[in-house]
Design a protein around this ligand. Structure first.
Ligand SMILES: NC(=O)c1ccc[n+]([C@@H]2O[C@H](COP(=O)([O-])OP(=O)(O)OC[C@H]3O[C@@H](n4cnc5c(N)ncnc54)[C@H](OP(=O)(O)O)[C@@H]3O)[C@@H](O)[C@H]2O)c1
Length: 283
């Protein structure tokens, strides 16, 4: 196992599922882990469990709701006030919603949680990632990205909302972003890769708001792997010497994998990049 001693890692959405197991594994390797979560209560319960299991008390809870521009800003300010380096950022938080919701910033909530929030958080942490290079960013995509479509006029999913379709679209955007940003980061020592964690038994979909989808997700549990198994590729990309310097790729089961053809379209990637900067007023 590679050591993470002296490394500072942020894992978003680390109070449950794949994120919790990722935080636990990185803490188990001796890393300083910041659990960026939206609920203090749920986060603290998970933090205590991780500290007890790993005997590593360098595990800190910090509040970050990735659906909120102001919460992300507050988090980055707090983090920069406490830490002088950042070696690993795992953009793990994600969610799927049965009905269309809008965030405080006016964004459709799936787009905000699964794509815009991680994008914004990463841009705000880039100065620290660059000054700590070599450093790594890992973005959670999904095998469902292959069902995704990119519709620049319908990014906010105002018409014919379908939770799984909107989620698949957002996870496809994560791939295009990852490939574009990895190009932008060439020569900086900051790498960025995407992960497809597989089909994992977690809380995903449980809070989607519909009994039918909760039952559906429940039945699928029979075919799913454990959160620990689901976290393996994130942990591998965060810690392994074998992927040192690798960037702009997608990994599944700890191996490089190819993704839907459209995700490699550089013109689309660049258009998405510009569109996202405008949406987030990041010029
Ligand atoms: N499970 C799968 O089969 C699967 C497959 C492909 C990809 N993924 C991806 O893997 C990642 C982890 O999901 P999971 O399966 O482990 O599901 P999970 O158990 O539901 O974990 C998701 C985590 O994200 C957090 N989160 C949700 N909304 C947030 C927000 N606005 N701000 C901050 N944190 C927020 C959740 O916090 P709360 O507890 O507060 O809600 C939770 O900690 C997600 O990106 C998901 O899309 C999962």
């Amino acid at each position: 196992m590679d050591s993470m001693k002296g490394k500072v890692c942020i894992v978003t959405g680390s109070n449950s599922g794949i994120g919790k197991e990722t935080a636990l594994a990185l803490a188990g390797m001796g890393g300083k882990v910041v659990m960026a979560v939206r609920s203090k209560e749920r986060g603290e319960a998970a933090r205590q469990e991780i500290v007890e299991t790993t005997k590593n008390d360098s595990v800190e809870l910090m509040i970050c709701d990735v659906s909120s521009v102001s919460s992300i800003g507050e988090f980055v300010k707090d983090f920069a006030g406490k830490y002088s380096r950042l070696d690993v950022l795992v953009n793990n938080a994600g969610a799927v919603f049965n009905s269309r919701q809008v965030t405080v910033d006016g964004f459709e909530r799936t787009l905000a949680v699964d794509y815009l929030g991680p994008f914004l958080l990463t841009q705000k942490l880039l100065p620290m990632l660059k000054s700590s290079a070599p450093s790594r960013v890992i973005n959670l995509s999904s095998g469902l990205a292959k069902n995704g479509v990119i519709n620049f006029d319908g990014l906010q999913s105002e018409k014919n909302y379908n939770g799984m379709k909107v989620y698949s679209n957002a996870k496809l955007l994560v791939l295009l972003w990852t490939y574009a940003q990895a190009r932008h980061l060439e020569g900086t020592g900051v790498t960025m890769n995407a992960v497809m964690p597989g089909f994992v038994a977690t809380n995903l979909g449980k809070g989607s708001g519909s009994r039918a989808s909760a039952i559906g997700f429940g039945m699928m549990r029979l075919f799913q792997s454990s959160p620990r198994k689901g976290a393996e590729t994130s942990v591998y990309l965060a810690s392994s010497e074998k992927v040192k310097g690798m960037t702009g790729k997608c990994f599944a089961k700890m191996k490089e994998t190819t993704t839907i053809e459209v995700s490699y379209d550089k013109q689309l990637q660049d258009r998405l990049w510009e569109t996202t900067l405008k949406l987030l007023r990041l010029n």
